[in-house]
Design a protein around this ligand. Structure first.
Ligand code: TXA
Ligand code: MG
Length: 341
């Protein structure tokens, strides 16, 4: 298939582009759309045949459920069977924005969205282009990250094309994603309050609105067997072909380690360190600025293969606030291999 490029810089200036993307989605097609977190691969969430095209294009395992994207609170009641008070409080504070809530699944949402789970993940993105497309087609849109399953999530339209050109109906070409890592996922069904995936909205921010939020064990440890509460967190993920290993150390020790490591090695370091690193290196943001690390991480991981090295040593980020999201993605890129110095 030929993947159509639809340029939309702003919803007001490019109404025709919004209308074209919405029409493809209404007819059951797949369209990659920009969001503030990462680009998503959208399809009509109410139509199993359209949803199946997402799994096929990405090569996504069927047991990994999708997030449903909505444009306003009214749509929430069509997607979820029950909307607890906690969800309304979080929606008021963080929607539209990079927060996904897992709630009881409404009967209009087909089981294939949720891999058969009784729940559904819902998010209202803040990106205006994304919300305009949802509003224009008048449908909730299923949208996982628009990458091939296992590769780093796309933060630019070009990343989407690198993975999915020829496999999907269209790409909405727009700005790069502001946040750079996927949304925070919090489980709120059946009275639970559990963080399944860290993101731009931090555990501390969630707790300040709804009280204590438990951090699911899959956030920081591998879950290879048995039941998991967030199936997407069990796979090796976000990986370049090149092996990635995390080095947990202060700046001096990290720089010494990579500079004296035997063999053909590369570095994934903070921008302040790049001048002192004497092996091929990529930067992923500033040492004390987790937002900049989130913004730069996936682009850097996508470039890692071009370093032409056998292993890339990534400097371990801080693990608090948004840093927890950066660390969580890096752990999966490194298949949980961490060397502490
Ligand atoms: O920022 C984002 O969330 C992006 C943009 C496009 O909105 N989307 C995204 O989707 O990251 P995806 O499919 O790459 O990740 C969805 C995550 C997975 O970890 C999945 O297991 C989890 O959400 N998830 C979805 N539905 C769930 C459910 N019913 N219960 C538990 N986890 C669920
Ligand atoms: Mg993904």
């Amino acid at each position: 298939m030929i993947t159509k490029r639809i340029t939309v810089n702003s919803p007001d200036a490019d109404k025709a582009g919004i209308a074209e993307a919405a029409e493809i989605l209404r007819r059951g097609g797949t369209v990659a759309i920009p969001t503030e977190t990462v680009y998503g691969l959208a399809a009509n969430a109410l139509e199993p045949n359209a949803v199946a095209k997402i799994f096929a294009a990405k090569g996504r395992p069927q047991d990994n459920p999708l997030i449903v994207h909505i444009a306003d609170l009214e749509m929430l009641y069509n997607v979820a069977a029950k909307v607890p008070e906690t969800a309304l409080k979080l929606a008021e504070k963080f929607w539209p924005g990079p927060l996904t809530m897992v709630l009881e699944r409404g009967e209009k949402i087909p089981g294939c969205i949720s891999a058969g789970l009784p729940t559904v993940a819902v998010r209202m993105p803040s990106n205006e282009v994304a919300r305009s497309i949802i509003r224009e087609c008048g449908l909730p849109l299923a949208a996982p990250s628009a990458n091939l399953s296992g590769s780093p999530s796309p933060t630019t339209a070009q990343h989407v094309l690198d993975d999915l050109d020829g496999r999907i109906d269209a790409v909405v070409m727009s700005d790069c994603s502001a946040v750079g890592v996927e949304s925070t996922v919090v489980l709120l069904a059946n009275g639970q309050q559990r963080l399944l995936r860290p993101g731009r909205v931090t555990p501390e921010e969630l707790s300040s609105v709804i009280g204590e939020v438990e951090i699911d064990s899959s956030v920081l440890t591998p879950h290879l067997n048995g039941a998991v509460s967030s199936p997407g967190m069990k796979y090796k993920h976000y990986s370049p072909k090149t092996k990635v290993v995390i080095i947990d150390a202060d700046a001096d020790k990290y720089i010494d380690y990579v500079n004296s490591a035997p063999g053909n090695v590369g570095a994934l370091c903070f921008s302040e360190e790049a001048a002192k690193v004497r092996v091929p290196c990529l930067e992923f943001g500033s040492a004390d600025d987790a937002l900049s690390q989130a913004h730069g991480l996936f682009s850097a991981l996508r470039e890692a293969d071009s370093l032409g090295v056998g292993v890339v040593y990534a400097h371990c980020p801080r693990r608090d606030g948004v840093g927890l999201a950066v660390y969580n993605r890096l752990l999966r890129a490194a298949a949980f291999e961490v060397i502490s110095l």
